[in-house]
Ligand binder design. Structure first.
Ligand code: UTP
Length: 299
Protein backbone atom coordinates (compact mmCIF):
# COMPACT_ATOMS: atom_id res chain seq x y z
CA UNK A 1 0.00 0.00 0.00
CA UNK A 2 1.32 3.47 -0.81
CA UNK A 3 1.55 6.17 1.86
CA UNK A 4 0.27 8.95 -0.39
CA UNK A 5 -2.59 9.37 -2.91
CA UNK A 6 -1.86 7.79 -6.29
CA UNK A 7 -0.91 10.32 -8.94
CA UNK A 8 -3.18 10.27 -11.98
CA UNK A 9 -3.02 13.81 -13.39
CA UNK A 10 -0.45 15.26 -15.75
CA UNK A 11 -0.24 18.96 -16.64
CA UNK A 12 1.50 19.97 -19.85
CA UNK A 13 2.27 23.69 -20.22
CA UNK A 14 2.30 24.52 -23.92
CA UNK A 15 1.44 28.22 -23.98
CA UNK A 16 4.92 29.72 -24.41
CA UNK A 17 5.66 32.00 -27.34
CA UNK A 18 8.39 29.78 -28.80
CA UNK A 19 10.42 32.78 -29.95
CA UNK A 20 13.59 30.71 -30.48
CA UNK A 21 11.82 28.95 -33.33
CA UNK A 22 10.41 31.88 -35.28
CA UNK A 23 9.13 32.10 -37.95
CA UNK A 24 8.00 28.44 -37.74
CA UNK A 25 6.11 29.23 -34.53
CA UNK A 26 4.38 32.37 -35.77
CA UNK A 27 1.09 30.55 -36.36
CA UNK A 28 1.89 27.04 -35.01
CA UNK A 29 2.70 26.09 -31.42
CA UNK A 30 6.30 24.87 -31.18
CA UNK A 31 5.00 21.70 -29.50
CA UNK A 32 3.37 20.77 -32.83
CA UNK A 33 6.66 20.75 -34.77
CA UNK A 34 7.23 17.21 -36.05
CA UNK A 35 9.98 15.03 -34.64
CA UNK A 36 10.31 12.54 -37.52
CA UNK A 37 6.58 11.99 -38.19
CA UNK A 38 4.92 12.79 -34.87
CA UNK A 39 4.50 16.22 -33.25
CA UNK A 40 6.80 16.67 -30.24
CA UNK A 41 3.79 16.97 -27.92
CA UNK A 42 2.59 13.45 -28.75
CA UNK A 43 5.81 11.94 -27.36
CA UNK A 44 5.19 13.91 -24.16
CA UNK A 45 1.58 12.72 -23.79
CA UNK A 46 2.71 9.14 -24.51
CA UNK A 47 5.32 9.48 -21.74
CA UNK A 48 2.67 10.61 -19.23
CA UNK A 49 0.40 7.72 -20.18
CA UNK A 50 3.18 5.15 -19.92
CA UNK A 51 3.91 6.42 -16.37
CA UNK A 52 0.24 5.71 -15.52
CA UNK A 53 -1.08 9.29 -15.83
CA UNK A 54 -3.90 9.27 -18.35
CA UNK A 55 -5.72 12.43 -17.21
CA UNK A 56 -3.88 15.12 -19.13
CA UNK A 57 -4.48 18.86 -18.81
CA UNK A 58 -2.81 20.96 -21.46
CA UNK A 59 -2.18 24.65 -20.79
CA UNK A 60 -2.60 26.33 -24.14
CA UNK A 61 -2.42 29.88 -25.41
CA UNK A 62 -2.84 31.54 -28.75
CA UNK A 63 -2.72 29.05 -31.66
CA UNK A 64 -4.23 26.34 -29.47
CA UNK A 65 -6.38 24.81 -32.22
CA UNK A 66 -3.73 22.49 -33.72
CA UNK A 67 -2.99 21.03 -30.25
CA UNK A 68 -6.65 20.31 -29.55
CA UNK A 69 -7.28 18.98 -33.04
CA UNK A 70 -4.31 16.63 -32.89
CA UNK A 71 -5.72 14.81 -29.85
CA UNK A 72 -9.28 14.76 -31.21
CA UNK A 73 -10.95 12.49 -33.78
CA UNK A 74 -10.71 13.48 -37.45
CA UNK A 75 -13.72 11.72 -38.99
CA UNK A 76 -13.13 13.01 -42.52
CA UNK A 77 -9.57 11.69 -42.63
CA UNK A 78 -10.54 8.46 -40.91
CA UNK A 79 -13.32 7.71 -43.39
CA UNK A 80 -11.06 8.53 -46.37
CA UNK A 81 -8.44 6.08 -45.07
CA UNK A 82 -11.12 3.49 -44.30
CA UNK A 83 -12.43 3.73 -47.89
CA UNK A 84 -8.90 3.22 -49.20
CA UNK A 85 -8.45 0.23 -46.89
CA UNK A 86 -5.30 1.85 -45.43
CA UNK A 87 -5.45 0.24 -41.98
CA UNK A 88 -1.86 1.21 -41.05
CA UNK A 89 -2.34 4.94 -41.52
CA UNK A 90 -5.83 4.80 -40.01
CA UNK A 91 -4.34 3.34 -36.83
CA UNK A 92 -1.77 6.16 -36.73
CA UNK A 93 -4.50 8.79 -37.04
CA UNK A 94 -6.56 7.17 -34.27
CA UNK A 95 -3.59 6.62 -31.95
CA UNK A 96 -3.38 10.20 -30.70
CA UNK A 97 -7.11 10.58 -30.06
CA UNK A 98 -7.27 7.32 -28.08
CA UNK A 99 -4.23 8.03 -25.89
CA UNK A 100 -5.55 9.84 -22.84
CA UNK A 101 -8.44 11.85 -21.41
CA UNK A 102 -7.48 15.31 -22.58
CA UNK A 103 -8.48 18.61 -20.99
CA UNK A 104 -7.49 22.13 -21.99
CA UNK A 105 -7.26 25.46 -20.23
CA UNK A 106 -6.10 28.72 -21.71
CA UNK A 107 -3.39 30.75 -20.05
CA UNK A 108 -4.27 34.05 -21.70
CA UNK A 109 -1.12 36.08 -21.16
CA UNK A 110 2.00 33.90 -21.11
CA UNK A 111 3.27 35.24 -17.77
CA UNK A 112 5.76 32.46 -17.18
CA UNK A 113 5.90 28.75 -16.39
CA UNK A 114 4.82 29.31 -12.76
CA UNK A 115 1.73 31.15 -13.97
CA UNK A 116 1.00 28.37 -16.51
CA UNK A 117 1.13 25.77 -13.72
CA UNK A 118 -1.18 27.91 -11.55
CA UNK A 119 -3.79 27.76 -14.33
CA UNK A 120 -4.04 24.01 -13.54
CA UNK A 121 -5.19 24.57 -9.92
CA UNK A 122 -8.99 24.17 -10.45
CA UNK A 123 -8.49 20.93 -12.42
CA UNK A 124 -5.86 19.39 -10.13
CA UNK A 125 -7.49 20.13 -6.76
CA UNK A 126 -5.65 18.81 -3.70
CA UNK A 127 -3.72 15.88 -5.16
CA UNK A 128 -0.06 15.65 -6.11
CA UNK A 129 0.32 15.91 -9.89
CA UNK A 130 2.96 15.75 -12.60
CA UNK A 131 4.12 18.58 -14.88
CA UNK A 132 5.76 17.73 -18.21
CA UNK A 133 7.09 20.57 -20.35
CA UNK A 134 5.66 20.25 -23.83
CA UNK A 135 8.95 21.02 -25.56
CA UNK A 136 11.17 18.73 -23.49
CA UNK A 137 11.50 15.27 -24.99
CA UNK A 138 12.73 12.34 -22.90
CA UNK A 139 13.73 9.29 -24.93
CA UNK A 140 10.99 6.67 -24.42
CA UNK A 141 13.67 4.05 -23.65
CA UNK A 142 14.94 6.02 -20.63
CA UNK A 143 11.88 6.21 -18.37
CA UNK A 144 12.12 9.10 -15.92
CA UNK A 145 8.60 10.09 -14.93
CA UNK A 146 7.65 6.63 -13.62
CA UNK A 147 10.69 6.73 -11.30
CA UNK A 148 9.76 10.25 -10.11
CA UNK A 149 6.20 9.13 -9.33
CA UNK A 150 7.63 6.19 -7.37
CA UNK A 151 9.95 8.49 -5.37
CA UNK A 152 7.07 10.89 -4.61
CA UNK A 153 4.89 8.01 -3.42
CA UNK A 154 7.68 6.82 -1.12
CA UNK A 155 8.88 10.17 0.22
CA UNK A 156 5.94 12.60 -0.23
CA UNK A 157 6.46 16.28 -1.04
CA UNK A 158 7.65 17.19 -4.53
CA UNK A 159 10.15 15.61 -6.90
CA UNK A 160 12.04 17.39 -9.66
CA UNK A 161 14.19 15.97 -12.47
CA UNK A 162 17.87 16.91 -12.51
CA UNK A 163 20.58 16.40 -15.06
CA UNK A 164 24.29 17.14 -14.75
CA UNK A 165 25.43 19.77 -17.24
CA UNK A 166 28.76 21.50 -17.80
CA UNK A 167 29.46 24.76 -15.87
CA UNK A 168 29.25 26.67 -19.20
CA UNK A 169 25.66 25.51 -19.67
CA UNK A 170 24.26 26.00 -16.18
CA UNK A 171 23.17 29.60 -16.86
CA UNK A 172 20.53 28.19 -19.23
CA UNK A 173 18.73 26.25 -16.48
CA UNK A 174 17.35 26.36 -12.97
CA UNK A 175 20.03 24.93 -10.69
CA UNK A 176 19.68 22.87 -7.47
CA UNK A 177 21.81 22.74 -4.31
CA UNK A 178 21.55 19.12 -3.12
CA UNK A 179 22.55 16.55 -0.51
CA UNK A 180 22.85 12.83 -1.31
CA UNK A 181 20.34 10.27 0.00
CA UNK A 182 20.67 6.52 0.51
CA UNK A 183 19.23 6.01 -3.03
CA UNK A 184 21.96 6.56 -5.63
CA UNK A 185 19.67 8.36 -8.10
CA UNK A 186 17.81 10.50 -5.52
CA UNK A 187 19.07 13.72 -3.88
CA UNK A 188 17.51 16.04 -1.32
CA UNK A 189 17.12 19.57 -2.69
CA UNK A 190 17.72 22.38 -0.20
CA UNK A 191 17.97 25.38 -2.51
CA UNK A 192 17.20 26.39 -6.11
CA UNK A 193 18.42 29.27 -8.26
CA UNK A 194 16.98 30.21 -11.67
CA UNK A 195 19.61 30.50 -14.45
CA UNK A 196 22.68 31.34 -12.29
CA UNK A 197 26.03 32.51 -13.67
CA UNK A 198 28.57 29.64 -13.55
CA UNK A 199 30.36 31.35 -10.64
CA UNK A 200 27.15 31.57 -8.54
CA UNK A 201 25.82 28.10 -9.35
CA UNK A 202 25.55 25.89 -6.24
CA UNK A 203 26.07 22.71 -8.35
CA UNK A 204 26.05 21.33 -11.89
CA UNK A 205 22.55 19.90 -11.40
CA UNK A 206 20.18 21.50 -13.91
CA UNK A 207 16.40 21.25 -13.56
CA UNK A 208 14.85 19.62 -16.63
CA UNK A 209 11.21 19.63 -17.70
CA UNK A 210 9.61 16.99 -15.48
CA UNK A 211 8.12 17.64 -12.03
CA UNK A 212 5.89 15.81 -9.57
CA UNK A 213 4.42 18.52 -7.36
CA UNK A 214 2.65 18.79 -4.05
CA UNK A 215 -0.57 20.86 -4.46
CA UNK A 216 0.73 23.39 -1.88
CA UNK A 217 2.69 24.79 -4.83
CA UNK A 218 -0.52 26.58 -5.91
CA UNK A 219 -0.73 28.59 -2.66
CA UNK A 220 2.88 29.62 -3.12
CA UNK A 221 2.46 30.47 -6.81
CA UNK A 222 -0.49 32.74 -6.00
CA UNK A 223 1.92 34.83 -3.93
CA UNK A 224 5.01 34.52 -6.15
CA UNK A 225 6.07 37.85 -7.62
CA UNK A 226 7.44 37.97 -11.18
CA UNK A 227 11.12 37.05 -11.07
CA UNK A 228 13.78 36.66 -13.73
CA UNK A 229 12.64 38.02 -17.12
CA UNK A 230 9.51 39.54 -15.50
CA UNK A 231 7.92 36.04 -15.48
CA UNK A 232 6.38 34.09 -12.61
CA UNK A 233 9.00 31.39 -12.20
CA UNK A 234 8.15 27.85 -11.10
CA UNK A 235 11.70 27.59 -9.73
CA UNK A 236 11.05 30.46 -7.28
CA UNK A 237 7.97 28.71 -5.90
CA UNK A 238 9.83 25.38 -5.67
CA UNK A 239 12.58 27.11 -3.75
CA UNK A 240 10.04 28.02 -1.07
CA UNK A 241 8.80 24.43 -0.92
CA UNK A 242 12.39 23.26 -0.48
CA UNK A 243 13.07 25.85 2.22
CA UNK A 244 10.06 25.09 4.43
CA UNK A 245 9.15 21.42 4.80
CA UNK A 246 6.00 22.30 6.75
CA UNK A 247 4.32 23.85 3.70
CA UNK A 248 4.39 21.01 1.21
CA UNK A 249 8.07 20.03 1.24
CA UNK A 250 10.41 18.23 1.10
CA UNK A 251 11.73 18.50 -2.44
CA UNK A 252 13.76 15.62 -3.83
CA UNK A 253 15.51 15.34 -7.16
CA UNK A 254 15.83 12.28 -9.39
CA UNK A 255 19.13 12.43 -11.27
CA UNK A 256 18.51 11.54 -14.91
CA UNK A 257 21.33 10.12 -16.99
CA UNK A 258 19.34 9.21 -20.11
CA UNK A 259 18.66 10.92 -23.44
CA UNK A 260 16.77 14.21 -23.43
CA UNK A 261 16.13 16.83 -26.12
CA UNK A 262 14.95 20.42 -25.77
CA UNK A 263 12.85 20.60 -28.92
CA UNK A 264 12.40 24.37 -28.38
CA UNK A 265 16.10 24.78 -29.22
CA UNK A 266 16.92 24.48 -32.92
CA UNK A 267 20.16 22.51 -32.52
CA UNK A 268 18.66 20.04 -30.07
CA UNK A 269 15.56 19.71 -32.25
CA UNK A 270 17.71 18.66 -35.22
CA UNK A 271 19.69 16.21 -33.06
CA UNK A 272 16.44 14.66 -31.80
CA UNK A 273 15.19 14.08 -35.34
CA UNK A 274 18.46 12.57 -36.60
CA UNK A 275 18.83 10.29 -33.59
CA UNK A 276 15.23 9.08 -33.51
CA UNK A 277 15.14 8.63 -37.30
CA UNK A 278 18.37 6.56 -37.21
CA UNK A 279 16.85 4.28 -34.59
CA UNK A 280 13.53 3.71 -36.37
CA UNK A 281 13.10 0.23 -37.85
CA UNK A 282 11.27 1.51 -40.92
CA UNK A 283 13.38 4.58 -41.74
CA UNK A 284 16.65 3.90 -39.94
CA UNK A 285 18.56 1.59 -42.32
CA UNK A 286 18.21 3.85 -45.40
CA UNK A 287 18.65 7.05 -43.42
CA UNK A 288 21.82 5.80 -41.69
CA UNK A 289 23.35 4.81 -45.05
CA UNK A 290 22.62 8.27 -46.45
CA UNK A 291 23.89 10.00 -43.30
CA UNK A 292 27.18 8.06 -43.36
CA UNK A 293 27.89 9.08 -46.95
CA UNK A 294 26.78 12.68 -46.30
CA UNK A 295 29.12 12.96 -43.30
CA UNK A 296 31.99 11.35 -45.26
CA UNK A 297 31.53 13.90 -48.07
CA UNK A 298 31.42 16.82 -45.62
CA UNK A 299 34.54 15.86 -43.60
P1 UTP B 1 10.28 28.26 -22.49
O1 UTP B 1 11.13 28.80 -21.42
O2 UTP B 1 10.89 27.31 -23.45
O3 UTP B 1 9.60 29.52 -23.21
O4 UTP B 1 9.04 27.55 -21.78
P2 UTP B 1 8.88 29.70 -24.60
O5 UTP B 1 8.30 31.05 -24.55
O6 UTP B 1 7.90 28.62 -24.92
O7 UTP B 1 10.04 29.59 -25.72
P3 UTP B 1 11.12 30.66 -26.24
O8 UTP B 1 12.18 30.72 -25.17
O9 UTP B 1 10.40 31.96 -26.47
O10 UTP B 1 11.61 30.06 -27.52
C1 UTP B 1 9.12 26.26 -21.22
C2 UTP B 1 7.75 25.59 -21.28
O11 UTP B 1 6.79 26.34 -20.54
C3 UTP B 1 5.70 26.70 -21.38
C4 UTP B 1 6.22 26.62 -22.80
O12 UTP B 1 5.17 26.35 -23.71
C5 UTP B 1 7.22 25.48 -22.69
O13 UTP B 1 6.57 24.20 -22.80
N1 UTP B 1 5.26 28.07 -20.98
C6 UTP B 1 6.19 29.07 -20.81
C7 UTP B 1 3.93 28.32 -20.81
O14 UTP B 1 3.06 27.42 -20.98
N2 UTP B 1 3.53 29.58 -20.44
C8 UTP B 1 4.43 30.59 -20.25
O15 UTP B 1 3.99 31.72 -19.90
C9 UTP B 1 5.78 30.32 -20.45
Amino acid sequence: MTQHPRITKAVIPAAGLGTRFLPATKATPKEMLPVVDKPAIQYVVEEAVSAGLDDVLMITGRNKRPLEDHFDRNYELESALQKKGDAGRLAKVQESSDLATMHYVRQGDPRGLGHAVLCAAPHVGHEPFAVLLGDDLIDPRDPLLARMVEVQEQRGGSVIALMEVSPEQIHLYGCAAVDPTEDGDVVKVHDLVEKPAATDAPSNYAIIGRYVLDPHIFDILRKTEPGRGGEIQLTDALQQLAADEKVGGPVHGVVFKGRRYDTGDRGDYLRAIVRLACEREDLGPDFRTWLRSYVAEEM
